[in-house]
Structures are given as C-alpha cells and as structure tokens.
Design a protein around this ligand. Structure first.
Ligand code: GLY
Ligand code: MN
Ligand code: MN
Length: 444
C-alpha cells in the first residue's frame, strides 16, 4: 500500500459508516492573457491522492454494512489534442491503475456520480465554508438527492468539517513525509551555503537570490516553497521584505529566508551573515544573542514539551539580552519578567518563534489542545515538524544605542520531533559565527 493509500484508509476508518468525503484539488489561476500561474495542487487533496493534475476531485466512501470502502477519483479525460498543448493526462483509467484508486471517472461525470454517491449516505465530510465553488456544488448535489426522496432515498443529514480531521493527520508526519522533509531541508541548507559563499559587497540582493534558486532546481526541487527574502542591511528589519532588488554595501548583514518545495514538501530556513565575511562587533553581539535564544528554544523540544515553551524560552533569552545591551532601559524594567509582562521586547522581536512545517510552509494543524479546558498550547509529539526562528530587528529610536540601528537578524531551522528528542533537519547551513566566517573564507 502506498503512503497515500494508507492515509486514505486512516481517514476512512475515522468516518461514519457509509458517509462520503469530498476533496477537490486547487483551481488553475490566470496570471495574465494566455498565461497561468505555475500550477500547484491543493495540499489536502495531494496528501490523500498523490495526484497533481488540475480539475480533479477525490471522493472517499466509508465502508457500510453492505459495501466496502471506496476511493474514487474524478479527473480530466484523455484528450490527444489538448495533450499536444498542455502535456499528458493520466485519464481516469490510467490514474486508477497508477495511483491505486478503486474507481475513476471523467470530471464531467462528477454531478451525476455525486448524486449516486450521496444517496442514502448518512453524512458528508468536506471543507466547510472554505470554497464558494464547493459550497455551491454541495448545494446542487444535496438538492439532486433530495429530489429522489419519494423513492425512499435520503440525503446526508450531517456535515463534518473534513479539514479539522485532515489537519490532525497532517500535523504528525509519516515516514515518507519525514524523509522528503529531510531532503527538502538539506537542499535548502546547501542553497544557503552556496549563497553565503557567493556573496560579495556590492552584489544585488537578486544576484544572491539567483544562487538559491540555482541550487534548488539543480537538486530537483520544483520551486521555492514561498517567495524568498534576501534582505541587505536595513531591509532585514522589514519582516516580509521580498523585492530583493537593492545593492548590498560593505558592512551589511544579509538576511536570507528561503526554502525549497520538494515533491510538495516545504523547507523554511533563515540565515543572517556579513556580506564581507566578517561580523562587526555590534553585529556579532546581536547575532550571538539570537543564536543563544534559538539554542534555548531548541533545547526544550521533545515529546511532551508544550508548543509555547519554545517561544517562551527564546523570549526570555532575548529579553535578558535587550536589558544587558541597553536596547531596553534597565532603569525602566526591573527584570526579564517585567519586560515580558509589559511586552517591551516586542519593540525588537515582534513575531512568534515558529510554526508547523509540511506540505504548506505554515502547515496545517492546531496549535492548541482544543479538547482541553481553556484550550492550552498543545504538547509536542514525535513526528511533528516545527520551525524555530527567533530574531531581532533594531529600528532607530530614542534611547536605542546607535551601533545597533538597522541590524536585523533571524536564525531559522526546521526541526523534527523524535521519540527521544528532536533532529534539526536544516543543520547543513552554517550557523555559528565561526562556521559562517569560515564558509566565507574570512574566519579562523
Ligand atoms: N518564511 C516564512 C516564515 O518564516 O514563516
Ligand atoms: Mn518560518
Ligand atoms: Mn522563514
């Protein structure tokens, strides 16, 4: 059984007997004129199917007293003329054989088949309220089934939010996912190393970005997992900077936040390094503070630790550093607890310390235990993958020492929770001051 079929079986086993789940893929999106954005399938659909063609819908029918469970694909039919222009299509028969579905139909038969499949089904599972297209299709299909009521056929009387169930499955990565994510992280780490090595003062941010993209593609990654950030100097203090068109200057730090997507799985890595190969004293001071914050966050990661522990650990280190370095006024804040209670650290550290990572760069999955009283931050479990990405961003402000102005630093790694602790998947990108300076040929 493939990993995709195993996931379908796990979902089917959680469903009400005889109920039906409907999972469409993503639509194609026009960019302009005759040109579309590069096509990217829907992550939930892909998770269950492995199928990457547009115009596809997966339907899962749970086993009932008289019938075995079924996985049914609707997809584009073969079309020799369109295939000359757009590339080959599996077609229903080809897809059924290649991907192990129990049945497959041309997408044009979806409405007719859904009337049949939803007839007498007790419940439907789909992404409630996410897509007006699917909401409208559901309405049509349910109305079609209800029209058959005089012949004793009933329509589903319950709708379940399918995404909530799939989110819980997706948050724990299976073996195949873990292997892919390790590879995506390794390619991305190599890309950071390549960009770091290639950097020279005066280079434009896009020239450095090109090094990343080159390394992604030459290793078979299909695309960046998100728009890369290559930010020189003060641009690093703009959290979502991605115009990547400025020229670096001698003395700048470069912040790169970039990861590839490999076979639908994302990496998400940030490194910050001096474009001339040597950290200045203030740069090094702040860099080592962020690195210490990241080490503190990494140190808590193991099964049973609470998700928010990572952020709390990083914030404590950063807040103490902000007091020690005079970024925050030690006369105004008597302790780290005081800084945190007043949220004063948010002047320089205003984002969270991580997120789930997987098919999506900000991956599916709840961050809180939604069943527990008060919905506290959830416990980590083996198979989860998180990013750990503390940073510091110093904008000019009264009272802030000038030597730190315009310095923006983030260090981000991808971390798999294992039975005994954790594995950093993105270790191949240099991270300590010594490793970075050595990689750039400037250090000891
Ligand atoms: N690259 C997106 C993030 O770090 O969350
Ligand atoms: Mn991230
Ligand atoms: Mn990132």
């Amino acid at each position: 059984m493939t990993h995709f079929a195993a996931r379908r079986a796990r979902l089917l086993a959680q469903m009400t007997p005889g109920a039906v789940a409907i999972v469409p893929t993503a639509p194609e999106v026009a960019r302009n004129s005759d040109s579309d954005y590069p096509y990217r399938h829907d992550s939930y659909f892909y998770y269950l199917s492995g199928f990457t063609e547009p115009d596809s819908v997966l339907v899962l029918a749970a086993a009932s007293a008289g019938a075995a469970a079924q996985s049914i694909l609707f997809c584009r039919p073969k079309n020799p003329e369109r295939e000359i222009w757009d590339g080959i299509r599996h077609g229903p028969d080809g897809a059924r054989a290649a991907f192990g579905f129990d049945a497959a139909f041309p997408i044009e038969e979806l409405d007719t088949e859904m009337t049949r499949l939803l007839s007498n089904a007790p419940a439907a599972y789909y992404a409630l309220g996410h897509s007006s297209t699917l909401d409208l299709q559901m309405k049509t299909w349910l109305q079609n089934v209800r029209r058959l009521s005089r012949s004793g056929i009933s329509a589903p009387v319950v709708a379940h939010d399918l995404l909530a169930m799939l989110d819980e499955m997706r948050v724990i990565k299976d073996e195949a996912e873990q292997a892919l994510m390790q590879r995506a992280a390794t390619i991305s780490a190599q890309a950071h190393l390549r960009a770091i090595r290639a950097s020279r003062p005066g280079m434009y941010e896009y020239e450095i970005e090109a090094e990343l993209l080159h390394e992604f593609r030459r290793n078979g990654a299909q695309a960046p997992a998100y728009t890369p950030i290559v930010a020189a100097g003060a641009n690093a203090c703009i959290l979502h900077y991605n115009s990547n068109n400025a020229q670096s200057r001698n003395g700048d730090l470069i912040l790169i936040d970039a990861g590839c997507e490999l076979d639908s799985y994302a990496a998400d890595i940030t490194r910050t390094y001096p474009v001339n190969g040597r950290f200045s004293a203030p740069q090094k001071t702040l860099y080592e503070l962020v690195l210490a914050a990241q080490e503190a966050a990494l140190a808590v990661i193991r099964p049973g630790a609470i998700y928010s522990d990572m952020h709390d650990a990083a914030v404590r280190v950063l807040a103490q550093g902000m007091l020690d370095l005079g970024l925050l006024d030690a006369k105004k804040y008597s302790s780290v607890d005081d800084v945190i209670a007043e949220r004063a650290h948010q002047q320089f550290y205003m984002h969270g310390t991580g997120h789930w990572l997987g098919l999506d760069v900000h991956d599916a999955g709840a961050y809180r235990d939604l069943q527990a009283e008060g919905k506290p931050s959830r416990a980590l479990q083996a198979g989860m993958v998180v990013t750990v990405e503390p940073g510091i961003y110093v904008r000019p402000a009264p009272g802030v020492p000038e030597r730190y102005w315009h310095i923006g630093i983030r260090i981000e790694d991808d971390v798999l929770v294992t039975a005994s602790g954790h594995t950093v998947l993105s270790n191949a990108a240099p991270k300590t001051v010594a490793d970075i300076e050595r990689a750039m040929g400037g250090g000891a």
